[in-house]
Design a protein around this ligand. Structure first.
Ligand code: DQA
Length: 173
């Protein structure tokens, strides 16, 4: 299982940036935390931060090419503005879980709207740096499990018998 944790603009300044809202944990500390948390659960975690919309879009495309199983993504302020990032999320088969340190819905109308979350599998918001760990949990629970071949999965093995559907079993009138 491969998970990419992505951070958008200004999140490189975590630790000193508006600590009353975003806390005092640095991005480096968060990256160390998510990597260890993933490893303990059998997942390989890579991290990426950029202040640039296009670079974030490129990273989403590359995550798909590199067959990541999930992306845990804090798009920062692009959350509220970027149709291009929302389109990139929709364009790839990798499930994306959006995370925010602060509770977007408690921060006024301009932040209570996420353009990107509509394209994501789900949203975690308001738990400080723990949001990344909750995002990893969500990724582990919902990301695509590797497909089993029918020979490995008895319930899918073909028996040659026709399946009796509920419709076929209905008594004839
Ligand atoms: C944020 C919330 C955004 O509104 C803001 O622009 C950020 C951080 C958060 O993690 O709470 O940069 O994404």
């Amino acid at each position: 299982m491969k998970i990419l944790v992505m951070h958008g603009p200004n999140l490189n300044l975590l630790g000193t940036r508006e600590p009353a809202i975003y806390g005092t944990v640095t991005l480096e500390e968060i990256n160390t935390m998510v990597t260890a948390y993933g490893e303990e659960r059998g997942a390989e975690v890579a991290t990426y931060q950029s202040n640039h919309e296009g670079s974030l879009i490129d990273a989403i495309h590359v995550a798909a090419t590199d067959k990541y199983d999930a992306i845990v993504f804090n798009p920062g302020a692009y959350t509220h503005t970027s149709m291009a990032i929302a389109d990139a999320i929709r364009a790839v088969p990798v499930p994306v879980i959006e995370v925010h340190l602060s509770n977007l819905f408690a921060r006024g109308p301009e932040r209570a709207k996420s353009i990107t979350a509509a394209a994501c599998r789900g949203l975690v918001s308001g738990f400080g740096h723990e949001c990344y760990l909750l995002g990893i949990d969500a990724a582990l629970r919902t990301a695509r499990a590797p497909r089993k071949r029918s020979s490995e999965n008895p319930s899918r093995r073909r028996t040659g018998k026709k399946r009796s559907s509920a419709l076929a079993r209905r008594p004839r009138s």
